[in-house]
Design a protein around this ligand. Structure first.
Ligand SMILES: C[C@H]1O[C@@H](n2cnc3c(N)ncnc32)[C@H](O)[C@@H]1O
Ligand SMILES: Cc1ncc(COP(=O)(O)O)c(N)n1
Ligand code: SF4
Ligand SMILES: [Zn+2]
Length: 493
């Protein structure tokens, strides 16, 4: 398909995202607008076109990247089990898909706070996140000039950008109680106009669920959830996002902004996981999903948070059951609460498990979680941990070809092709640096050992001699992996 001329086929699998190669998406959007004008239609969503039986250029592009049939992508989007978050005001975007039928994706949260704010630093975080393989990025800024920072991020981003519009709404009023739907609609219209691809909207936090959190150790840890709970209890009113859901949906449809239905009552510690409040909200999110789908608006569902390993599978099963298979987008989850400073690790364990069980996208947690605003280094550490989790999930899910890079790097390792091993790794610079710390000389780039065991105790070195015996005495040959290694090396450039 000619629309794929700009496709670089990079996608999920690693550090090589071609940051500066634009897609011809601007032209695709013009065509979409013409199609809409011809039919007198104002709904620009991928779901709307999918349900009309149309394979958009975005769908074809995604199909090519994911090595899936375009018709499969279309039918998944029509059903609601896959989304392509792609605002028509974000021409810089390289479309990607979120859904259990495609590769497991990762999101990186960036953005400032009232206490730490600098647009250049946020752009550096964006660049680092995209470079190491973030599939989407959320701008969670709450301080300073929020629209200006977001504009800079969107205009520089080839990946979908998500926001929580409630944060900007709150920044524009004096007291939480003053939040209202008119202001909120104004904010989402402005953000949609700028090109935000998905909105976290905590429309499932209902006033009748608030007493359910009294049993918890950590109450409400979602910012959006806690702000809305305060608004509802101070005003004695139902959640205004829930009450005005259809008005919000209309704006989403016009720009094709996807819903990320927020988990305002997610557990904030392992003790609070899977409680009454969490599942009451999830049931409401399911109802809202069906309501959005009636208007052909794309939806994903946000999930927790802090969950012990034995409760992870049930989180996915419940979401699929209550939300009809809408893509599940989860924060971690952290499988223990005892390691502040290392929560990229506590959460990557849960993320790998939940990805294996069917979560579509994993929202990273950085080492700074619970301690402060992440910096550029924290962003990198979070991304690497989550690339590992998502890739491990893809392998366990038996995605076709998911293991190719593993097989290639394993072959390089076994044949002592050190340069190939570095080039195939998630973070080549770090891998090379660690090797060279003890054996920096070029001579050792072909050595049949490293400083771990040394030449006399290198097991792989002895093992290759045993391979020769197997071949010469028994005629048993090892599988041929040179080609897969060459292919994988070519993909990494
Ligand atoms: C929902 C998740 O978002 C994270 N979070 C909230 N604000 C920011 C920000 N400005 N930058 C990075 N992460 C953030 C929280 O730490 C939580 O884990
Ligand atoms: C996976 C996930 N869940 C929730 C939020 C919103 O943050 P909050 O609910 O704290 O406002 C988020 N950004 N990502
Ligand atoms: S991360 Fe810090 S500011 Fe945010 S909820 Fe926790 S303690 Fe409060
Ligand atoms: Zn937490």
């Amino acid at each position: 398909m000619s629309a794929l001329a700009g496709s670089n086929g990079n996608g999920h699998n690693g550090n090589g995202k071609q940051y500066d190669v634009p897609t011809p998406r601007a032209e695709w959007i013009v065509k979409r607008r013409e199609e809409a004008a011809r039919t007198g239609d104002t709904n620009m969503s991928q779901m709307h076109f999918a349900r009309k039986g149309l394979i958009t250029e975005e769908m074809a592009y995604v199909a090519h990247k994911e090595k899936l049939a375009p018709e499969f992508i279309r039918s998944e989007i029509a059903k609601g089990t896959m989304i392509i978050p792609a605002n028509v005001m974000h021409p810089e975007l390289e479309p990607m898909a979120i859904g259990v039928g495609s590769l497991c994706k990762i999101n990186a949260n960036i953005g400032n706070s009232a206490l730490v704010s600098n647009v250049d630093e946020e752009l550096r975080k964006l660049h680092t996140a995209v470079h190491f393989g973030a599939d989407t990025v959320m701008d969670l800024s709450t301080g300073g000039d929020i629209p200006m920072i977001r504009e800079a991020i969107i205009r520089h981003s080839p990946v979908p950008i998500g926001t929580v519009p409630l944060y900007e709404a709150l920044s524009r009023v004096k007291r939480v109680e003053d939040l209202n739907i008119d202001l909120y609609l104004e904010v989402i219209e402005e953000q949609a106009q700028q090109g935000v691809d998905y909105f976290t909207i905590h429309a499932g936090v209902l006033i009748q669920y608030v007493p359910m959190v009294s049993k918890r150790i950590t109450g409400i840890v979602s910012r959006g959830g806690a702000i809305l709970a305060q608004w509802m209890t101070a005003n004695h009113k139902q959640n205004f996002l829930y009450e005005n859901f259809d008005r919000i949906t209309k704006i989403m449809a016009k720009y094709d902004v996807s819903y990320s239905l927020g988990d305002g009552l997610r557990p904030g510690c392992v003790a609070d996981a899977s409680d009454e409040a969490q599942f009451a909200e999830l049931k409401t999110l399911g109802e809202l999903t069906r309501q959005a789908w009636k208007d052909d608006v794309q939806v994903m569902i946000e999930g927790p948070g802090h969950v012990p390993m034995d409760k992870i599978k049930e989180q996915v099963d419940k979401e699929v059951e209550l939300c009809d298979g809408a893509p599940f987008y989860v924060l971690g989850p952290l499988v223990t609460d005892i390691a502040p400073g290392y929560d990229h690790i506590t959460s990557a364990i849960g993320a790998a498990m939940i990805g294996w069980h069917g979560a579509a996208m994993l929202c990273y947690v950085t080492p700074k979680e619970h301690l402060g605003l992440p910096n550029e280094k924290d962003v990198k550490d979070g991304i690497i941990a989550y690339k590992i989790a998502a890739h491990a999930a893809d392998i366990a899910r038996h995605r076709p070809g998911a293991r190719d890079r593993d097989d290639a790097i394993s072959h390089a390792r076994y044949t002592f092709d050190w340069d190939a091993q570095f080039d195939l790794s998630l973070d080549p610079e770090t891998a090379r640096g660690m090797h060279d710390e003890t054996l920096p000389d070029d001579y050792y780039k072909e050595a049949a050992f490293c400083s771990m065991c040394g030449p006399k105790f290198c097991s792989m070195n002895w093992s290759s001699k045993v391979d020769k015996y197997n071949e010469e005495v028994h005629g048993l040959k090892k599988p041929e992996l040179t080609q897969i290694m060459t292919e994988q090396l070519a993909l990494r450039g």
